[in-house]
Design a protein around this ligand. Structure first.
Ligand SMILES: O=C[C@H](O)COP(=O)(O)O
Length: 309
């Protein structure tokens, strides 16, 4: 199916309105304190627990996968009355050459392995190599592929070319899910963010994702609101449900609540499930565990920089 430009051409996004709306998503106003622990546990189910560093090793990936299998210490789960719950994160996200290590370490679980691909994070290698990288990661066992879009095409508003590239990536993924990283911090305008979201969804993305975590500006609430409105408009027009993944710089438990409030208010409860929402985060789980520990014991065993009050 060719790209339908009418789904986004001429669509204006008012930045200050998006910023105003995002600033009212304060966790304290929308989530009663007594329910915060439940929202934090739900956030854990939706984390793509990530390591994307130059010094990644098999051992580091094994430790990450152990945490993915048991994200919250058993005594905290007991204290929450959740000792029977088989809580895991949503996925583990790694570089392509780390996929076999993650697949091995997650054997026997239903936790998917997500791999970045297509020349992450800049994507500035020829398309045939980007497609080969997808096929390599899928061949090694990745069930989810996080691709990066070509920012030059988005900045020049070459939407048909961008659509063709993402459609080719979709095909290279085969059965694997495709998450399209827009790198919104590099797209200059919210109008470009909205258009790129629409192009990615029309080209077959299962999820749209804000950032690689490597841009100067990564996930923000106003940009997320723009993307979520795009996926809502796309759903209204086509009937398809597309997932959303904010990623990059999300570290604090209270941020996990703010993003869930955004999804609940804009999309409804259904978008608070791992098949339609993920947090891409390398360090947020640690703060969530500290806050849950505090909820159970009334104290922090280790110092927390991100108290929820
Ligand atoms: O996709 C996930 C991001 O790369 C994670 O970014 P972060 O390390 O800032 O949490």
């Amino acid at each position: 199916m060719p790209l339908d430009l009418s789904m986004f051409e001429g669509h204006a996004v008012n930045r200050s309105a998006a910023e105003r709306r995002a600033s009212t998503l304060s966790a304290r106003r929308s989530v009663k304190k007594v329910y915060q622990a439940a929202w934090l546990v739900n956030a854990v189910r939706m984390i793509d627990l990530t390591t994307l560093s130059g010094d990644d090793t098999e051992g580091k990936v094994q430790r990450l996968c152990a945490k993915a299998r048991q994200p919250i210490a058993p005594y905290i789960m007991d204290g929450l009355g959740l000792s029977d719950m088989d809580l895991t994160v949503g996925a583990v996200c790694v570089y392509p050459t780390m996929v076999p290590h993650a697949v091995k370490a997650l054997k026997g679980t239903s936790i998917p392995v997500a791999s970045v691909a297509t020349g992450f994070p800049a994507g500035l290698i020829p398309l045939n190599l980007r497609l080969e990288e997808i096929k390599y990661a899928v061949g090694e066992g990745a069930g989810e592929i996080d691709i990066v879009i070509n920012r030059e095409m988005a900045l020049k508003q070459e939407w048909n070319q961008l659509y063709d590239e993402i459609a080719a990536m979709r095909e290279a993924c085969g059965e694997a899910h495709l998450k399209a990283i827009l790198a919104t911090g590099e797209l200059e305008t919210l109008r470009n963010v909205y258009a790129a979201s629409m192009v990615a969804m029309q080209a077959g993305a299962d999820f749209i994702k804000t950032s690689t975590g490597k841009e100067g500006v990564n996930a923000t609430l106003p940009v997320s609101l723009t993307m979520v409105r795009a996926l809502r408009d796309y759903g209204d027009a086509t009937g398809y449900q597309i997932g959303f993944k904010p990623a990059g710089g999300i570290k604090a438990a209270k941020e996990a609540i703010a993003w869930q409030v955004l999804m609940k208010e804009e999309m409804g409860r259904e978008w608070l499930e791992p098949h339609l929402f993920r947090f891409g985060a390398s360090s947020m789980l640690g703060d969530i565990e500290r806050q849950l520990e505090h909820h159970v014991t009334g104290r922090y065993a280790s110092s927390s920089r991100h108290a929820m009050s």
